[in-house]
Write a protein of this length. Sequence first.
Length: 278
Amino acid sequence: MEQSYRLGGGAFPTLIAIISMFFVGVSGGAFDSMLSALLLTLFIVLGVCMTFLVSKALSMTVLKGIPSSFTLELPPYRKMHITRSALRSLLNRTMVFTGRAVRAAVPAGIIVWFLANLFYTGPSAGLVSFHRPAADVPSLLNAFTGMLDPAAVLLGMDGAILAAFILSFPAGELFLPILIMAYLEGGPLGGILGGSLDAGGSAFSLYQLLVSQGWTWITAICTLVFTFLHWPCLTTCQAVARETDSLKWAGTAICIATIPGILICMGIALYGHMVLGI
């Protein structure tokens, strides 16, 4: 369960983007790149420290007295064929990633798209419709983010950020696309502040979007912390449930990963509000 604190591949784009925009800058110079790498390394080290801390806490509490062993049977050594091994590894990893995308990311993306483009019309008009009945009627996705907003504010974030974390449970790579879609109310990824997200999806345009939605450096820190201190993705939960043959331990892994993140984010948000007035 300690693997809950490991930074998966889906977390790195979020960490790098937020660090670059709010704590380093978007000029892309050599110094910015070094500082960004340093901050990213610090977060990785923090995740490793949390892993050891949780492992120690578990061994002294719920797993106290339970012997832990790890047996690994090594295959016979053979001369390595570099080209063949590299191609086989590339093929295997590509198949794993593609399979995960098909099983999790694609269905989740479809669901999010429908939520962002469906509007509540009432019982007389079939409950929901793809056509907005009035200018002040939010999409189902925006209604969901509004419902989460009071709880998210306590964590130093907003409802859209928390909704993006929840809806990206199948695959962490979906966090940023869902967040942008929630802020743009399901519209195209253009038209930000009278400008647009250019073809390359520039960091400055994304920075403008986030700032226009009320992001501060406190919001950025809380989002960074919650990125690696929240529930593990669906694949990890399935692995925990399969290895332990119990859904209880999968739920425990979710709680172990999320509760520290909630407490730390609440502390950061309280400090920003009470001391800094943010």
